[in-house]
Design a protein around this ligand. Structure first.
Ligand code: 6CS
Ligand code: FE
Length: 274
């Protein structure tokens, strides 16, 4: 298959104009323009509180350098996360409208940033990873972020660069980490500082801190440049993520590696479509 977004090459560092449509439904113009949207009080508070209290199972990724769990992937395969997803027709219909087709779960995860000193995530585009490492062909994918605790102005909340989803940054090949290591501590697929500056200036100097609380829904495009800092506070930041991909954008062979990641990180054997 043609590689529309070549990345992790030896020498080329380039900005590639996005050719994929961001949004198939005109009523989400803010999402289309900025690459993300926050919808207050989308979920019933008690449904979200139940998720926080529940023990999740799934593939664990540990914190690099410190004790603790960084992430758990594949959480939607078990209760109560499974029912929470499947019963949320309001969410599913909305994502289908935006992506313009039937959808499925590419990845689900909980990121636990709940201990003092829990690590952040440097600036990156998720799509860059999913394209290079998982063989996601195009940008027909988005993330629904569901805060299970408060995301405040100081506990390592998500930061995004509005409008950065419109351009793909082709990253320079880095000292190779395995695909699995790259999940815990990203070394490959990081935009360099000049690229971050470019996106920042293009956004008229705006970096948005996504402050939100349980009950809210955050949708962000697969290619938006985002990141977050360490959580230095005793205020836990725990977020659930459902990554939805279009049925028309299913995974092929990875574009930049031979390593196939586990199904819970990059769903290939898809049987359930919405
Ligand atoms: O490797 C991944 O799939 C994950 N890593 C990052 C840095 N962002 C999104 C994604 O869940
Ligand atoms: Fe990410």
């Amino acid at each position: 298959m043609k590689d529309n977004y070549p990345t992790r090459l030896k020498n080329t560092i380039a900005f590639i104009k996005r050719t994929d449509k961001v949004c198939f439904d005109e009523s989400y113009s803010e999402y289309e323009k900025n690459g993300f949207i926050v919808i207050k009080d989308f979920f019933a508070r008690e449904d979200v509180d139940l998720l926080l209290k529940s023990e999740a199972s799934g593939l664990v990724t540990n914190e690099p350098g410190i004790q603790g769990i960084r992430s758990r992937t594949g959480v939607h395969e078990n209760e109560p996360f499974k029912s929470f997803l499947e019963n949320n027709t309001k969410l599913i219909e909305m994502v289908k409208d935006i992506l313009g087709s039937k959808i499925y779960i590419h990845q689900s995860r909980i990121n636990y940033k709940s201990n003092i000193g829990a690590n952040g995530w440097h600036w990156h585009s998720d799509f860059e990873t999913w394209h290079a490492q998982d063989g996601m062909p195009n940008m027909r994918c988005l993330t629904a972020m569901i805060p299970l605790t408060e995301n405040t102005n100081c506990n390592g909340s998500l930061m995004v660069i509005p409008t950065s989803h419109e351009v793909f940054y082709s990253c320079k090949k880095a000292k190779s980490a395995s695909s699995m290591e790259n999940f815990a501590d990203q070394k490959e697929g990081l935009p360099d500082n000049d690229a971050i500056k470019y996106f920042f200036e293009r956004a008229n100097g705006i970096i948005e801190m996504v402050i939100c609380e349980p009950g809210d829904l955050v949708l962000f495009d697969c290619n938006i440049i985002h990141g977050s800092t360490q959580n230095m506070t005793p205020i836990p930041r725990t977020n659930l993520f459902f990554v939805f991909n279009s049925i028309e954008n299913q995974l092929v062979q990875p574009f930049s590696t031979d390593q196939i990641r586990p199904d819970s990180m990059a769903h290939r054997n898809v049987s359930k479509f919405y």
